[in-house]
Ligand binder design. Structure first.
Ligand code: PMP
Length: 299
């Protein structure tokens, strides 16, 4: 099979040749932003929402975008078309670009734009059926007053520490609390609880990314007549929830059946999680933007 092509500053280059300068401030300082997007059966799920969040992150960190929002969306579609990929995880990165060794981004004359398409399942397939065991970890979420977790920046060290702590505890994923002990989110996903027929997720002001999958689940709850509230909660509330699940573009929707050694509900993925996951899967192929001229194998 031929090599995947990567979009790099307006050109398509083979994966093995897709490299950036060691003077790129994205590499030197994590100075940049990104999005993770998925394409399902030739439909880029929530492309518009991802592009909007990317440009909001850019605005917040005063990053010049070399393309308009429309051109950026088109570049994503074009990358999928060039690679003839109808089911993919897409990584869209915009870094401050090449500069000198100083922190001052004024030495960076042009932002770098990269689009990578790959096959990705964040967790091994069996966990989507059986559910995940997770832990809470000592590393706290960045406080919003410092680097606001709503900005999807390239600075993921906070999340990487959490992922390492999860691995050391022998589990796949972990939850971050904020400085006041409220639950924020996982290393790369948002959290939802089900308690007495109601759905609860933490408000993003506590310190969490405003996940696009999270927003979709909130919308689905409205459509399905399931009460859903954004409300702070603690580890205790996770332990005594009837059901828990995580959401994210890479993670999709995944049940949680154990947290810090406390079995959640029956210890099996719950009925509400199953209903919402089914509804979510149903719209992934419909809501978003179709990739034009995509050859999809006849089934
Ligand atoms: N929180 C964090 C820290 C993330 O990195 C992600 C993945 N983008 C999410 C939540 C989920 O967001 P989304 O549903 O937009 O992918």
């Amino acid at each position: 099979m031929s090599e995947t092509m990567v979009y790099l500053d307006g050109a398509f280059v083979p994966k093995s040749e897709a490299v950036v300068s060691v003077f790129d401030h994205g590499f030197l300082y994590g100075d940049g932003i990104f999005e993770g997007i998925r394409c399902y059966g030739g439909n880029v799920f929530c492309l518009h929402e991802h592009i909007v969040r990317l440009y909001e992150s850019a605005k917040s960190i005063l990053l010049d975008m070399p393309l308009s929002m429309e051109e950026m969306g088109h570049a994503v579609l074009e990358t999928l078309r060039v690679n003839q990929m109808s089911d993919a995880y897409i990584r869209l990165i915009v870094s401050r670009g090449v500069g000198n060794l100083g922190l001052d981004p004024r030495s960076c004359l042009k932002s770098t734009v990269i689009i990578i398409t790959e096959q990705l399942s964040l967790f091994p397939a069996e966990f989507y059926e059986q559910g995940l065991a997770i832990v809470t970890v000592p590393t706290r979420r960045n406080i919003p007053d410092a680097l606001n977790p709503k900005i999807k920046s390239l600075n993921y060290l906070n999340n990487i520490l959490v992922k390492m702590e999860a691995a050391r505890a022998g589990v796949q994923e972990a939850l971050m609390l904020n400085q006041d002990g409220y639950v924020c989110e996982g290393s790369g996903d948002n959290i939802f609880l089900v308690k007495n027929g109601k759905i609860i997720t933490p408000p993003t002001y506590l310190g969490a990314l405003e996940g696009i999958t999270r927003n979709i689940v909130i919308e689905l709850c409205e459509e399905m007549g399931i009460p859903c509230e954004e409300k702070p909660f603690t580890r205790h509330d996770v332990y005594v929830a009837d059901e828990v699940f995580l959401t994210g573009t890479a993670a999709e929707m995944i049940p949680v059946i154990d947290c810090d050694g406390r079995v959640i509900g029956t210890g099996q993925p719950g009925e509400m999680t199953r209903r919402l996951t089914e509804a979510f899967r149903g719209i992934t192929h419909r809501r978003g933007t179709k990739v034009p001229e995509l050859y999809i194998e006849a089934v």
